[in-house]
Design a protein around this ligand. Structure first.
Ligand SMILES: *Cc1c(COP(=O)(O)O)cnc(C)c1O
Length: 402
């Protein structure tokens, strides 16, 4: 076990700790699964966008999947190669499109017909040709939480196959658009291989049709979504996952792009929090800690489960039912619900596990709470990678006109 006590004393809590050695291991295991073909891993920046995380991944050779121009610039700031940056998202603004074209990234991933015309118009104004891919919605159920399912017709993402064909034909005839990629991303925290396999088959079939129409697609982008273990979920075999994609592709000559977010960083992260109080009423027991939904939103947003550990607890002590809750003025503010935990004391340390993805990046300043510190562990050495915010940071943009 990492020395969490020492880290919590050194940096205070709430505190995020990321084990970079684990990120390295995950990156290489996925890269290894794809070794039989040309492949690029484009890390989904939104999962954990700390500059040091991006820098570390860029050094491993990773590309980046971005969903705002802010993320594109973050990736570039971290030293990413521009030809390994993809810009996705259903609602890109004109200035974002313009900057992405000017920065000459690998491709803009288009999510609607109207967006395509907009991108073409902006490229024309800039007198530049831009590489694009189209996000196709294969209408496949990823069997995950409805909030993180993205590949069904009821979801806002991508376009259906019929529209995609029309768009590729149009783009292929445009002076300003160069269709080089085909993309799907059916959801997140997917723990079965079948949905990935089904989607790969549907999209590879579309790819075949495009190639037959002389549209020279070079990148087959399978999105992200590989699930991790939070509690007792069985995860997918990376080998099988990659093989299914290769089988769907057959002998079509394309580079496979994969956009893992959660898989690379989720299990590498820990949220350290200290117990403030305990209280009980006739119905429930509450362990009140100094981290809250503004630090880790997933339990409140998705009812997500995060495993945890109470450090220094008397192992033989009896556990009883409780909620671990934060100080925020919302009943939805909890980090764990109806779990079993020993009696705690003021200043006991609780480690919330698997908090490396969609943890800090989803955090906010609700209740004028300053955001947590972030620390990296590399070769077992700790490095501060984001300072704790101060009240001055929070007030900096507010204008006093009274
Ligand atoms: C969020 C997202 C990803 C990453 O998803 P994970 O489930 O974290 O792997 C990949 N691609 C796109 C387009 C995304 O929006």
């Amino acid at each position: 076990m990492l020395n969490f006590q020492e880290l919590s004393q050194k940096y205070d809590t709430p505190l995020y700790v990321y084990n970079f050695d684990e990120i390295d291991k995950n990156y290489n295991s996925l890269k290894q699964a794809f070794r039989a073909r040309k492949s690029i891993l484009c890390y989904a920046v939104k999962a954990n966008s700390n500059l040091s995380v991006l820098k570390y991944l860029a050094k491993l050779g990773s590309g980046f999947d971005c969903v705002s121009i802010g993320e594109v610039k973050r990736a570039l700031t971290a030293g990413a190669q521009k030809y390994k940056i993809i810009f996705s998202g259903v609602g890109k603004k004109d200035n974002e499109i313009k900057e992405a074209i000017e920065k000459d990234i690998l491709m803009l991933n288009l999510e609607s017909e109207e967006e395509m015309y907009r991108v073409e118009m902006i490229a024309k104004e800039l007198k530049l040709q831009t590489r694009i891919s189209i996000r196709v919605n294969p209408n496949i159920d990823p069997k995950t939480h409805p909030y993180i399912s993205t590949g069904l017709s009821e979801n806002k993402f991508g376009v259906d196959i019929k529209s995609a064909k029309k768009m590729y034909l149009y783009a292929n005839n445009s002076k300003y658009l160069n269709p080089v990629g085909i993309h799907f991303h059916i959801g997140s925290q997917i723990t079965q291989t079948l949905p990935f396999k089904e989607a790969s088959i549907v999209i590879a079939d579309l790819l075949k049709g495009l190639k037959a129409a002389n549209i020279d697609i070079k990148f087959f982008d399978v999105g992200g979504g590989i699930g991790i273990t939070y509690k007792d979920e069985k995860t997918i075999s990376l080998y099988e996952y990659a093989q299914n994609i290769f089988e769907a592709l057959g002998n079509q000559d394309v580079t496979v792009v994969c956009e893992p977010g959660r898989f690379l960083v989720g299990n590498c992260g820990y949220l350290l929090t200290k117990v403030l109080y305990e209280k009980k009423n006739e119905k429930k027991r509450f362990v009140i800690v100094d981290a809250a939904m503004n630090d880790l939103l997933r339990p409140s947003l998705y009812g997500a489960y995060h495993d945890f550990e109470l450090l220094g607890a008397n192992e033989s002590a009896e556990k009883s039912l409780a909620d671990i809750v934060g100080p925020i003025c919302e009943s939805g503010d909890f980090l764990a619900k109806d779990i079993y935990i020993q009696e705690t004391k003021h200043d006991d340390l609780i480690i919330i596990k698997s908090a490396g993805a969609y943890g800090f990046t989803m955090s906010s300043n609700y209740n004028t709470r300053t955001r947590a510190v972030e620390v990296a562990l590399i070769n077992k050495e700790d490095r501060l990678i984001r300072k704790r915010e101060t009240l001055e940071d929070l007030l900096a943009l507010e204008i006093d006109f009274i």
